[in-house]
Design a protein around this ligand. Structure first.
Ligand code: NDP
Ligand code: KPL
Length: 321
């Protein structure tokens, strides 16, 4: 069980790649968990068929789970894992407003902008953030594959004393399942580093339609990544973040550790859904403009991905899942 000393009810908001990955692991560990989906169809399918989970070693298990659609509101819980993408956050704000003051919400988004948005409806004490470098891919509304190992860092946005019992239990549970998980004093510095990793990996993999590992197989993509890194590091410095060469090496490690993974941006392009590029490269461009720091490469990638996404969505008329 996640919490030994008291009953913990976990609610995973979003039945996508990351949401299903965490729901599967929690359910496998015997932790009561409810998945809140966008559609009633997915909730019904999960309730009827269970969740099929392919582990890293290739073994597939089917786990009984409970799911309900967001239109029914959020089930009562004390730990909410928020796994919708940045552009969809607005659609869950009304439901999140009703979350109990004693409950905790962990937001697992890539990119930036979610902190400011969530703080408009949640208190500092309710609101936690996670930076997750694990890879997951949803194959269908009831099937998810764990595609890569990584680290899960959880904490408050700005410096805290790491004393929240529920968050501590969640991190201890994650460690007990074999994950590399850390309760961090502040997530903001990690969010910046993850932002830069995503600003390099996601648009390039989405543009060329290649898995993360393929970025390391070609000197042109490697040179592009370095040039994008230099631009992003200058913007981060303006925001008070000291980005070093070791951070670029870390991005290379992410590509290696999730080499088979199709980045979330590539998955969006393939499924003809809006991407998070505005919250990733778009955020760097926006801060760069404010600071007077040129970001021509990020701006170009932003436009190219927006164009590619628009063209796909218009051609096929949206999500084909
Ligand atoms: N996939 C990965 O490997 C990684 C992803 N991330 C980050 O994690 C976050 C989640 O990514 P990922 O899981 O890949 O994204 P997905 O698109 O696979 O999943 C998001 C899910 O949220 C659901 N959703 C959207 N709006 C609502 C709503 N109002 N109520 C309930 N559910 C809703 C979507 O429903 P529907 O299916 O109906 O559209 C979808 O199933 C992103 O910020 C991503 O960048 C971080 C690390 C790795
Ligand atoms: C870590 C990585 C790059 C895994 O693909 C990711 O965060 C994403 O796909 O959005």
């Amino acid at each position: 069980m996640l919490l030994k000393s008291r009953t913990c009810q976990v609610v995973v908001i979003g039945g996508g790649s990351v949401g299903l990955l965490y729901a599967a692991r929690l359910a496998l560990a015997g932790q009561p968990v409810t998945i809140v989906t966008r559609s009633s169809l997915q909730a019904n399918q999960l309730n009827e068929r269970g969740l099929s989970f392919q582990k890293l070693n290739g073994e597939t298990v089917t786990i009984p789970v409970t799911a309900s659609p967001i239109e029914e509101g959020l089930p009562e819980g004390n730990l909410y894992l928020l796994t919708v993408k940045q552009p969809d956050l607005h659609s869950v704000l009304a439901a999140l407003k009703g979350v109990d003051l004693e409950a905790r919400v962990i937001a697992l988004q890539n990119g930036m902008g979610h902190y400011e948005l969530l703080r408009t409806i949640l208190t500092e004490t309710q609101c936690f953030f996670a930076i997750n470098t694990e890879g997951a891919r949803r194959l269908s509304p009831t099937e998810v594959v764990h595609t890569g190992t990584g680290t899960l860092r959880v904490g408050s946005w700005e410096t805290s004393d790491c004393n929240d019992p529920l968050i501590r239990s969640f991190v201890e549970w994650a460690i007990s399942t074999g994950m590399e998980a850390v309760y961090e004093k502040a997530i903001q510095p990690f969010a910046w580093r993850k932002l830069i990793a995503n600003a390099l990996i996601n648009p390039l993999t989405a543009l060329f339609e290649i898995p993360n590992g393929a970025l390391l197989e070609n000197s042109h993509t490697q040179q592009l990544m370095r040039a994008l890194f230099v631009e992003a590091a200058a913007v981060a410095a303006y925001a008070g973040q000291k980005i070093e060469d070791a951070d670029l090496q870390e991005i290379v490690s992410i590509c290696r550790n999730t080499s088979r993974n199709l980045s979330s941006m590539l998955q969006d392009i393939k499924k003809r859904r809006p991407t998070e590029v505005q919250s990733i490269n778009g955020y760097l461009v926006q801060v760069g403009q404010k600071a007077g720091i040129p970001t021509p490469l990020h701006e170009t990638l932003l436009r190219v991905i927006l164009l590619k996404s628009d063209m796909g969505i218009r051609k096929e008329g949206g999500d084909s899942r």
